[in-house]
Design a protein around this ligand. Structure first.
Ligand code: ACO
Ligand code: OAA
Length: 378
């Protein structure tokens, strides 16, 4: 057995997948062969879910039926709502609340335990979880503001309905389209850490809810999904400092800080999703007549490129996009989960097919041949 140490599992091939592919040198991303740019421009999040779960883009009829099935699963039971209310009252972090509520969803799932070999049952469970995640996040956000949660509507798309449940009013066309495209852009991304986490859990033949719960916990970290919140907090810090953004970032790097929203394990060049989100951020800024956040971002991007040759990832421009849409900063990572749950569950379904338990190993560097000393003699 080769003894090469691959810290962070860099470059290690552990699975075959037909879901998404990243060319890190070229800076391209495809979902089942379709370019992310085409999907973001032309397809709804529901179409992308169908593509990931069913293997092909839906016809109009298939999409209508699928969307109806999703809509029918949007409501959450009172028991879940009570938990969400209690978590909001306890001032829980939104990602912690989401993780707990999604875990609890397993207790109200009508199918109970299902056979991992039953792909249909896995996909139905995935659909129920994915449909309910926006309802959980929006209810949490409202409870903590002292507002009543808003029931999901049946006549709105996944993206529109979330913004409606969050804000209490239907989003305008720009907000609805921008948010839908952001969901498309975040839906899948190869074996990123949270997806891998879901796959590891699934590989033990554990259930879909457990896999998604693992994935939420993994996405939360600042090196992964948590970076979008950190980007906006950094930009606010820049603003408050009254320093030039480039000077601020230079000082941050000098003090050993990492710049949130930059760098990637796979991309050697700018993340293709960052181009699209950058355009959204720019047009929202133009619409509002306030270019500040976009200009700060561009200045930081140019500096990071020139000075460090490190390009932005997906989290860099999603931050200012969401900020300019008025979304609370600590909901950015839950919103990432709201989209990525589609990818996580597609990978779980794939993992169950031809499953082998994930079990790497570590090189042992600890002590050997220790003489055991009984407790009272130590
Ligand atoms: C959705 C997503 O998960 S996208 C990623 C979101 N995360 C972030 O934006 C957090 C900031 N970025 C990072 O911490 C990293 O770039 C990661 C975690 C994304 C990738 O990590 P790795 O592939 O392990 O790269 P690694 O940490 O080895 O970095 C390589 C080099 O680039 C530097 N580097 C990487 N990212 C950054 C950054 N954001 N700021 C400053 N320097 C950086 C590292 O210091 C390292 O330099 P060195 O070789 O001189 O020590
Ligand atoms: O692929 C990764 O490592 C991180 C990422 O960009 C994502 O999950 O979208």
């Amino acid at each position: 057995m080769a003894d090469d140490l691959k810290e962070g599992l860099e470059g290690v091939l552990v699975a075959e997948s037909s879901l998404s592919h990243i060319d890190g040198d070229e800076g391209t991303l495809i979902y089942r062969g379709y370019a992310i740019e085409d999907l973001a421009r032309e397809a709804s999040y529901e179409e992308v879910l169908y593509l990931l779960w069913e293997g092909e883009l839906p016809t109009r009829e298939e999409l209508d039926r699928f969307s109806e099935e999703m809509v029918a699963e949007r409501s959450i039971d009172d028991a879940i709502l009570d938990t969400v209310e209690a978590l909001a009252a306890a001032d829980a972090e939104p990602m912690a609340a989401l993780r707990t509520a999604v875990s609890q969803l397993s207790t109200t799932d009508p199918a109970g335990e299902t056979d991992p070999q039953d792909r249909q049952a896995t996909l139905e469970k995935s659909r129920r979880i994915t449909a309910k995640v926006p309802t959980i996040i929006a209810a949490f956000a409202r409870f903590r503001n002292g507002d009543d949660p808003i029931s999901p509507r049946k006549d709105l798309s996944h993206a529109e309905n979330f913004l409606y449940m969050l804000n209490g009013e239907e989003p305008d066309e720009t907000a609805a389209e921008t948010f839908d495209a952001a969901l498309v852009l975040h839906a899948d991304h190869g074996l990123n850490a949270s997806t891998f986490s879901a796959m590891v859990t699934a590989s033990t033949l554990s259930d879909v809810h457990s896999a998604v719960t693992s994935a939420i916990g993994t996405l939360k970290g600042s090196l992964h999904g948590g970076a979008n919140q950190n980007v906006m907090e950094m930009l606010l810090e820049v603003d408050e400092s009254d320093k030039d953004p480039v000077k601020w970032v230079r000082d941050a790097l000098d003090s050993g800080r990492r710049v949130a929203g930059f760098g990637h394990r796979v991309y050697e060049v700018k993340d293709p999703r960052a181009y699209i989100l950058g355009e959204f951020s720019e047009s929202l800024a133009e619409e509002a007549g306030d270019m500040k956040w976009y200009d700060y971002s561009v200045a930081i991007e140019e500096f990071m490129q020139e000075e460090k040759e490190i390009a932005p990832n997906v989290d860099f421009y999603s931050a200012t996009t969401y900020y300019q849409m008025g979304i609370p900063i600590d909901l950015y990572t839950p919103i990432f989960a709201l989209s990525r749950v589609g990818g996580w569950t597609a990978h779980v379904a794939e993992q169950y097919e031809g499953n082998r338990i994930m079990r790497p190993r570590a090189r042992y560097v600890g002590d050997e041949d220790q003489e055991f000393v009984p407790l009272d003699d130590r």
